[in-house]
Design a protein around this ligand. Structure first.
Ligand code: PMT
Length: 410
């Protein structure tokens, strides 16, 4: 196994693959300058021009600057034989849509795939950045704002728009971000990706079900959202990611190895089978107890029922104390309703973690089941140091956690 080989000192974008989608707006001309910046920094570029983009910039100028082929037609046999729309999105490390017009934003929000650009995006498993550009009224319109909200929820990242004078003579928000700003945002994202795919990360997520009889079980309110988001962020940064998940309604992209389990015992076995790993993050809300003896038949109705429970194996404890296969970085979670600092720090020590991520689950709209969370990270090697990640979406919390993982192991 290769440990800690990271390419973060990357000065330029050599070998980074950028798929640049240009839509039809007056600021399409700025995309030529953005492409030039990427080329100057040695990125590999492929471009897609929508039909209306060709009214603003020519395929010839785009191809001269990108030094590559310009793709434009979903039903072009030559293009599809050379690189079909699925391979195009798989090829890229990142996809940029600049300018992203109100029309394209609306199509993406609806999940339409009526041309090459929207089909590639819909079929993509990569991070997608949008640089919106449109008239201020179009930008402020409720339907555009709803579409943007949708897209943010789907995980798209927005760069801009900015406030300023517009080509149409009006003033306000809707101006496309400058080429340098777009370039810097993407460069920042790409430099956070790890250099090779051999660094393994394992994440546990969701609840476990502990059966009383064939139809009844003890469980908890974990939705798996926090763990799934962490797995997604790790995968986006280039980690070879395995997600061991208790029962949830969530889906995850195919690049992540997903192992579905139901009970703590199954989660434990799956974890063992996926060691060694470089990093392990335990976000699952594993049931602490299981039935001493599970009834093979459905228990009949009765006035009183006494269940005898016994302790489940602690998966995190097992992994963090493993003689030969302890991951380099073991991160636990602590869900607490009171004394967060004290209880989380106790778990950090008791469970031999490198970091523990505490969430105060007594707060409304945060923690179990919610799309939002607020966490504090506690570190073993600097016990006085803790870092609070304030109330935000679980996807954003996950990105910040993975930022710290990448800088730590760097
Ligand atoms: O799933 P969501 O709805 O998105 O909610 C996210 C979350 C609140 C469940 C998550 O952020 C979280 O806090 N997960 C840990 C919940 C928990 O039950 O913690 P704990 O204090 O019981 O356990 C401490 C740590 O030991 C955890 O890392 C847990 O995964 C691990 N553990 C616990 C028991 C056990 N038998 N095996 C374990 O590995």
């Amino acid at each position: 196994m290769v440990y800690w080989y990271f390419n973060l000192a990357m000065k330029n974008l050599a070998n980074k693959k950028v798929l640049f989608i240009i839509c039809g707006g007056i600021s399409a001309y700025k995309s030529l300058e953005t492409i030039r910046l990427f080329k100057k920094n040695n990125a590999k570029i492929k471009t897609i021009l929508t039909k209306s983009a060709k009214e603003f910039v020519t395929p010839l100028s785009v191809s001269s600057l990108s030094q590559g082929k310009v793709y434009d037609d979903l039903f072009n046999l030559e293009n599809e034989t050379e690189m079909d729309h699925i391979s195009l999105s798989r090829w890229a490390d990142v996809i940029i849509v600049a300018p992203a017009t109100a029309n394209t934003i609306a199509k993406l929000s609806q999940g339409l795939s009526e041309d090459l650009a929207t089909t590639v995006i819909l079929a993509s498993n990569k991070k997608i950045f949008l640089a919106p550009a449109m008239n201020v009224r179009m930008w402020e319109h409720k339907s555009t704002q709803n579409n943007v909200k949708n897209l943010k929820n789907y995980g798209y990242k927005l760069i801009g728009p900015e406030i300023g004078d517009m080509a149409c003579g009006e003033y306000g928000e809707g101006k496309m971000a400058d080429p340098q700003k777009i370039f810097e945002e993407i460069r920042k994202f790409l430099s956070k990706k790890i250099g090779n795919k051999k660094i393994k990360a394992l994440v546990t997520a969701g609840p476990t079900n502990e059966y009383i009889d064939p139809v009844r079980f003890i469980s908890n309110k974990s939705s798996g959202k926090q763990g799934y988001e962490i797995a997604k962020s790790l995968c986006e940064r280039g980690f070879d990611t395995t997600l061991i998940s208790g029962p949830t309604n969530l889906t995850i992209n195919k690049e992540i190895k997903l192992i579905k389990v139901e009970t703590a015992e199954e989660m434990f076995k799956a974890t063992q089978q996926n060691l060694p790993t470089d990093i392990a993050i335990f976000s699952a809300a594993v049931a602490d107890f299981k039935l001493n003896k599970r009834n093979q038949e459905k228990i009949k109705k009765q006035n009183n029922l006494t269940l005898e429970l016994e302790k489940n194996i602690d998966i995190l404890n097992f992994v963090s104390n493993h003689n030969s296969m302890r991951p380099k970085l073991v991160i636990g979670f602590a869900a607490e309703t009171n004394n967060l600092d004290k209880n989380a720090l106790a778990k950090l020590t008791d469970k031999n973690c490198d970091w523990i991520i505490g969430n105060d689950v007594s707060k409304k709209d945060s923690g179990f089941g919610s799309d939002f969370n607020e966490v504090t990270i506690y570190f073993k090697n600097s016990k006085d140091k803790k870092e609070k990640l304030s109330f935000k979406k679980k996807s954003e919390i996950s990105e910040e956690i993975v930022d710290r993982i990448v800088s730590h192991i760097n």
